[in-house]
Design a protein around this ligand. Structure first.
Ligand code: 48F
Length: 266
């Protein structure tokens, strides 16, 4: 005898729609005023969100794309493995990402497992990720970044003329990767006012994994009052090289930015 299939008494499409809209609006309204707003849900942004939320801070991450994870999904040249070095192992262990030792000092992970664990850990720690939303500008008050200006990514994709809305934050993190999009907005609109040697964005240098993986952590700092750069954006701002498909520096940079902001928040 086949098992009896349990039937749900009633399913109303409009109730389903209301559940989505009301649930989303509740979240969205709640996260328009936060301790930390992060642009970009790549590895650096998500791990920063994880460490900040873990300490009880109210954190929101806005991600332009449908999926979080940035440049991690494809490993190196679409071979879906990520490489990590020894120093990043404690973070991988904390997040519960399984690692394989390749040789002394080199570990590999499955890139899909890595992204999903980072994303799930950040969210479970309390960071809220909104996907499909692009940061298109910043708010500045008294020479300090005080929030992000947001629009649906679909608006720019469709080239629509639609005004954005704004979210206020005590601190903002540019974790947008190679393009350092939020820092570029400052240079474009405010001029040579960055906390770099020239006041300008110094630009990413050619591939050199060993140097890049160290400088990325040093370069993770305040770029303009109220605005920090993390991940590849930090090397782009301070003239560090790229490192290719080794990802430990991204996690260490995300952890460092969280520590710096936790100190600043007091
Ligand atoms: O590019 P991405 O993964 O940056 P990351 O965290 O890590 C870099 C590595 O993936 C890799 C590397 C390692 O060797 O060099 O590239 O520094 O993630 C950046 C995320 O930010 C989103 C973008 O879609 C991606 O998911 N993003 C970029 N600009 C915006 C944005 C924006 N203006 N608003 C919202 N999200």
């Amino acid at each position: 005898m086949p098992e009896e299939i349990k039937r749900v008494e009633k399913l109303d499409e409009v109730v389903i729609s209301k559940a989505i809209i009301e649930g989303f609006m509740k979240d969205f309204l709640n996260y328009l005023e936060v301790d930390v707003a992060i642009a970009g849900a790549g590895p650096a942004g998500m791990i920063a969100g994880y460490f900040l939320a873990k300490e009880g801070k109210k954190v929101v991450i806005f991600e332009r794309k449908l999926s979080a994870g940035g440049g991690m999904w494809g490993g190196g040249m679409m071979y879906n493995k990520c490489v990590f070095q020894e120093t990043s192992k404690p973070i991988l262990d904390e997040i519960g990402i399984r690692i394989s030792k390749y040789q002394e000092g080199y570990y590999t992970t499955d890139s899909l497992e890595t992204v999903s664990c980072l994303c799930s850990s950040a969210i479970k720690a309390g960071a809220k990720i909104f996907n499909l939303i692009s940061v298109e500008d910043v708010m500045i008050r008294e020479n300090r970044v005080s929030g992000l200006v947001l629009n649906w990514s679909a608006v720019s994709l469709a080239n629509l003329h639609v005004d954005p809305i704004s979210a206020r934050a005590k601190y903002v993190v540019d974790a947008t990767g190679h393009d350092a999009e939020i820092v570029r907005i400052i240079t474009r609109k405010i001029g040579k006012k960055l906390l770099t040697s020239t006041g300008e964005l110094l630009g990413e240098k050619p591939m050199w994994a060993e140097v890049a993986e160290n400088t990325i952590v040093e370069n993770t700092k305040e770029v303009y009052p109220g605005l920090y750069a993390a991940g590849m954006a930090a090397n782009a701002v301070y003239g560090g090289p790229r490192m290719g498909p080794i990802f430990g520096g991204m996690l260490l940079s995300g952890q460092r930015v969280a520590r710096l902001i936790l100190d600043a928040l007091g």
